[in-house]
Design a protein around this ligand. Sequence first.
Ligand SMILES: [Zn+2]
Length: 89
Amino acid sequence: MADTNGLITAITQLADQPRTAPGPRCTVGSILGRLDVETVAKIRTVLDDLGVSSTQIADALTGNGHPVQAAAVARHRRRGGTNGCRCPR
Ligand SMILES: [Zn+2]
């Protein structure tokens, strides 16, 4: 029988360590949190418009001083879903 004491100790430490906020911080969510209400409303409109690609939105934000990747925009568009970010719907 293998000695699992070391493993048990290591796993116990993982279970006991303090939790940080669940999931990665959403880049789009934090950008929206820095902008004024009017701008946020416009961005939300294009986020909900499937005719506008995540790449186009990411390029527009990045080009105006808010660097974000298209994948983060796509994840924010799926917010609330199992493969989306944790921003409120
Ligand atoms: Zn988000």
